[in-house]
Design a protein around this ligand. Structure first.
Ligand code: EPZ
Length: 457
């Protein structure tokens, strides 16, 4: 991950208008879904993100042509993707281990070509992120999947896919996938998407029970249907897919990124500012808006025939609110770190529970270095935050994507110069985050190293 560092002069209210970009967590499965057809697909409003580059590199590794452009009418960034020929090679281990979502290629490769070998997807600091439900679902559709482990030569950075220096290869074969009813133990977003993509070309009808209901699942289903698939009831916990012989190319504009939306709403609140977000869908951040409203944040909507907008503003100190994350439509776990940062300044005590990931409080130490007061109960996946009247600048290292966003928010709220190291993690999921925040009045400078001695006033 890049060693870029942010120098942030905190204490400035954020004010103004900024546009939310396309959803990272739509773009990644939709890029994988382009494998399902030999035709050309065009995806619109694709943000420039490290994760998107990893996925397009994986597609190019398989021989796909991926051409970047911009839509003549909207000016939005587009990616034109075509994987015309049969894929015979194994996925690239060095790219697969960079990103957990690389596993999304398994279902489409299997459905289109009947056989593939993919290497182990990356883990990340959110704890062990198994893919057992992905594999079980594909087996239910008729795939046989063998796993073999090999010793892995460390890469140039000395890293291997697994701490034990081994790498797993998943060899999947299915002469022809067939319909099946698959009941997920938990509404897993990725497992729902991988199974849904594979089922589009299976013979017969498939039903996914306890399916994830996230907006990005619906967005993917809409793209698949534009390709000629027959996916019904996406967005509900019971998705029905009727297999078809082949899929054709399609053009699709991805939905706005609801996690960027929520992060910017919290940025307005934590700096006591007022921000209007263009290309933002209120329904997608309803759970967050309810919590922010309880904390005393002003939230409003401005809808026009062409797009919807969300406004967020705050004066004074937020009130403490207890909250927990959960599968959509509950509060997104990806917004928990940002909301936790806000609670560090709240008037009172907040009990925060992340029911989705076992280890999503890695950023807590960083917040404490800003003067936040909290107690972590790892087994209960809980954090108890004692809000403070103010925070102070700090020098911290980013642990992961959304934890990094939380630390940036804390720095924005801390008058003085803070140093946020390892923002490459943040670049995975937020496009040009410092440019957007600086346009709203923040003072952030991207540097290679934090060369300001820490006793800098
Ligand atoms: C998606 O990850 C998102 N990523 C995550 O966003 C998001 O946090 C997560 O959904 C939950 O909403 C993308 O969409 C690209 P899950 P995913 O499968 O699909 C366990 C971000 O910051 N599980 O819903 O990997 C898993 O360990 C990222 O943008 C299994 O045990 O999440 C986790 O505890 C982070 N076995 C829980 O289920 C499986 O086979 C939910 O995971 C699959 C998942």
């Amino acid at each position: 991950m890049s060693s870029d560092t942010f120098l942030i002069e905190g204490g400035h209210r954020l004010e103004g208008v900024v546009r939310v970009g396309g959803a990272k967590n739509s773009v990644l499965p939709i890029l994988a879904a382009t494998i399902l057809t030999e035709d050309t697909c065009v995806i619109e409003d694709v943000p420039r993100l490290a994760d998107e580059r990893i996925m397009t590199s994986i597609l190019r590794h398989f021989g796909a042509t991926v051409t970047e452009g911009s839509d003549l009418h909207t000016g939005l960034r587009t990616l034109e993707v075509r994987l015309a020929q049969k894929v015979t090679n194994t996925s690239p281990p060095n790219l697969m281990k960079e990103m957990r979502s690389s596993i999304f290629i398994l279902g489409p490769l299997l459905a289109r070509f009947g056989e593939t070998t993919v290497t182990q997807p990356g883990g990340c600091s959110l704890g062990e992120r198994p893919i057992d439900w992905h594999l079980e679902g594909l087996k239910a559709l008729g795939a046989s999947i063998d796993v073999r482990e090999e010793l892995e030569r460390p890469d140039v950075d000395g890293r291997t896919s697994d701490p034990d220096g081994k790498i797993s290869y998943y060899h999947a074969v299915a002469r022809k996938l067939h319909g099946a009813t698959i009941s997920l133990p938990f509404p897993s977003v990725g497992a729902t998407e991988n199974i849904m993509m594979a089922a589009t070309l299976a013979g017969g009808e498939s039903v996914i029970l306890n399916a994830a209901r996230e907006p990005e699942v619906v967005d993917l289903a809409n793209f698949l249907n534009a390709m000629g698939a027959k996916v019904r009831f996406a967005g509900s916990e019971r998705i029905i897919i009727t297999g078809v012989e082949r899929l054709h190319g399609a053009t699709h504009r991805v939905i706005p990124d609801r996690i960027e939306t929520g992060t910017l709403m919290v940025a307005a609140a934590i700096t006591g500012g007022e921000v209007l977000l263009e290309n933002a869908i209120p329904e997608h951040v309803e759970a967050l808006s309810r919590i922010l409203h309880s904390a005393g944040v002003r939230i409003w909507e401005e809808n026009s025939p062409y797009e919807s907008r969300i406004g967020a503003g705050m004066t004074g100190r937020p009130s403490a609110v207890d909250f927990e994350t959960g599968p959509y439509p509950h509060l997104a776990t990806d917004l928990q770190p940002a909301l936790t940062a806000l609670m560090c300044l709240a008037n009172g005590r907040s009990l925060i529970t992340d029911t989705v990931f076992p280890n999503r409080f890695a950023f807590a130490d960083g917040l404490q270095s800003f003067g936040a007061v909290m107690e972590h109960f790892p087994k209960a996946r809980r954090l108890l935050v004692e809000g403070q009247p103010s925070l102070k600048p700090s020098d911290v290292v980013v642990p992961d994507l959304r934890g990094g966003a939380a630390l940036i928010l804390a720095a924005l709220a801390s008058p003085g110069i803070s140093c946020i190291r390892g923002v490459g993690h943040v670049d995975r999921g937020y496009e040009a985050v410092e440019s957007k925040l600086n346009r709203l009045g923040a003072v952030i400078k991207r540097v290679k190293n934090c060369d300001i001695p820490w006793d800098h006033p």
